[in-house]
Ligand binder design. Structure first.
Ligand SMILES: Nc1ncnc2c1ncn2[C@@H]1O[C@H](COP(=O)(O)OP(=O)(O)OP(=O)(O)O)[C@@H](O)[C@H]1O
Length: 128
């Protein structure tokens, strides 16, 4: 805890190097997600397929906006869900009713984003 406070104090001043490191930590998080989470790999395949199909069928600017919004929302929800899972497992390694509820609610966030993505896909690609 003390170490963490000291690290925060050292980070008070602006440093371009620290900002770049921050960016690389976030990028590492993305790689960790794809390497360790089956769902993230499914999202990656889905996102690449949708972008490829969009390029083939020639979406309008508005359709592209919604497709990219849907992809972004799904990835954001998956990232937050994954972060919560890691934190929950680190904080409470044993089975706990509230941890189960927290994980299910976080997963519901991904489901909501995925439902939005499905609606956008139907609207943008149907009929071809
Ligand atoms: N520590 C825990 N305590 C209580 N319930 C838990 C705990 N960990 C997971 N669960 C519950 O067990 C069920 C399955 O959890 P799990 O994390 O395996 O699901 P998942 O999201 O399908 O996994 P994956 O990360 O492979 O996609 C969920 O209902 C979850 O809430």
């Amino acid at each position: 805890m003390k170490q963490k406070t000291e690290r925060r104090q050292r980070q008070q001043g602006f440093s371009l190097r620290a900002r770049l490191a921050s960016f690389s930590y976030a990028f590492n998080g993305l790689l960790t997600m794809v390497a360790e989470q089956h769902n993230a790999r499914l999202h990656l395949v889905a996102a690449m397929s949708v972008v490829g199909l969009g390029a083939l069928t020639g979406l309008t600017s508005l359709e592209w906006m919604f497709v990219l919004l849907a992809i972004t929302l799904v990835w954001m929800a998956e990232a937050l869900n994954t972060a919560l899972e890691y934190l929950a497992d680190a904080a409470v390694p044993e089975t706990h009713e509230l941890v189960g509820k927290a994980k299910d609610v976080a997963a519901a966030g991904v489901l909501i984003a995925a439902a939005f993505a499905l609606i956008v896909a139907l609207w943008a690609f149907w009929p071809f």
